[in-house]
Ligand binder design. Structure first.
Ligand SMILES: NC(=O)C1=CN([C@@H]2O[C@H](COP(=O)(O)OP(=O)(O)OC[C@H]3O[C@@H](n4cnc5c(N)ncnc54)[C@H](O)[C@@H]3O)[C@@H](O)[C@H]2O)C=CC1
Ligand SMILES: CC(=O)C(=O)O
Length: 317
């Protein structure tokens, strides 16, 4: 009898650190029928897929992982969700923005291929610089804006929560935080929306320590890059992208911080920006506008203008 407990196809483009860990997380959820992993390199995705499939009897999942190398999109056709991880990671001392020209060429080409092979997919972009690459993927595919979003806020929020939990010596499960804005210098960690065991963060932590953790969160990616010396973070980033892909496939309605098209919310018009959004089968169901302090709102508007300028530039790259 056919097993109908798993459904859908998710493609992960780019079989590097981010892409391969995302593919494994997605496969281990055991909710998708197929996870396709692709790369321009021949053999790498095929080898990784075989290795992951060989782990199925040990980990006990049935999702089939398919590897497609050589820049081919054969086998990805009709994907429900596509996660774009193709692109260079930064080196120590580089900003995400230093990747813009190289990664724009890669993301444009990938997005055009995705549009041709999976015209109804929801796209989750992770390649950096994130806000600009998300805008570019929408331009290149001409998909409705709700069907193209970027992963950053889930990661930045997780880093903020981990920083708070470590500082206070409490379980991460007792901490709620939020990070909005860009995945860059104008990131907006939102202390007014943070709680520990339901209590406002400001009741349990001194203002100067909160400010320190806000800074550490803004520099969370660079902190990992500096330690690794080569490449950038992928365990926490892949957890975030995989959760987003699963929320799409399951039409869960979960509210997550993501890079979404903002048009009117917070008085901000026409830009991809990190905000909270309800995620479902069509991608972003709606942007969820929450309460922010005056300075947080000003920070979000500043981030919007900074990414708007760069997003206009990528159209020509
Ligand atoms: N949004 C976020 O929160 C985060 C974003 N990133 C970004 O994700 C991207 C990937 O990072 P890693 O996986 O660590 O890098 P990596 O170097 O390990 O992997 C990148 C992969 O992309 C492949 N690739 C390049 N051009 C391609 C094309 N045209 N088609 C298909 N595949 C192609 C490469 O062959 C390579 O396997 C980087 O741009 C990085 O900055 C990384 C962490 C967090
Ligand atoms: C690489 C990157 O964007 C991060 O770790 O935040």
């Amino acid at each position: 009898m056919a097993d109908t407990s798993r459904q859908g196809k998710v493609t992960v483009v780019g079989a590097g650190f981010y892409g391969s860990t995302t593919a494994l997380r997605l496969a281990e959820y055991d909710v998708f029928e197929t996870v396709v992993l692709t790369d321009i390199v021949e053999g790498k995705p095929e080898g990784i897929a075989l290795d992951m499939n060989q782990s199925r009897p040990i980990e006990g999942f049935e999702t089939k992982v398919v590897g497609v190398g050589g820049g081919s999109y054969e086998g990805t056709e009709g994907s429900d969700v596509v996660v774009i991880t193709a692109g260079l990671p930064r080196k120590p001392g580089m900003s995400r923005m230093d990747l813009i020209e190289t990664n724009a060429k890669i993301v444009r080409q990938v997005a055009e291929n995705v549009a041709a092979s999976s015209p109804d997919a929801v796209i989750i972009v992770v390649s950096n610089p994130l806000d600009e690459m998300t805008a570019l993927a929408q331009l290149a595919t001409q998909f409705p804006k709700n069907r193209v979003m970027g992963q950053a806020g889930m990661l930045d929020t997780a880093r903020f929560s981990n920083n708070v939990a470590e500082e206070l010596g409490v379980p991460v499960s007792s901490v709620r935080t939020l990070t909005l804005g860009s995945h860059g210098d104008t990131m907006v960690p939102v202390p007014s929306r943070c709680t520990v065991d339901g209590k406002p963060l400001s009741d349990v932590m001194a203002a100067d320590r909160i400010e320190h953790l806000v800074d550490r969160t803004r520099n969370g990616g660079a902190e990992v890059v500096a330690l690794l010396k080569t490449g950038s973070a992928y365990y926490a980033p892949s957890a975030a992208a995989a959760r987003m892909a699963r929320a799409v496939m399951e039409d869960s309605g979960a509210v997550m911080p993501v890079c979404a098209w903002v048009d009117g919310e917070y008085g901000i018009n026409g830009v991809y920006l990190g905000v909270e959004a309800e995620i479902g089968r069509q991608g972003v169901r709606k942007v969820v506008e929450g309460d922010l302090s005056e300075s947080e709102l000003a920070g979000l508007r500043e981030a919007a203008e900074a990414v708007r300028a760069k997003q206009a530039d990528v159209a020509d790259l």
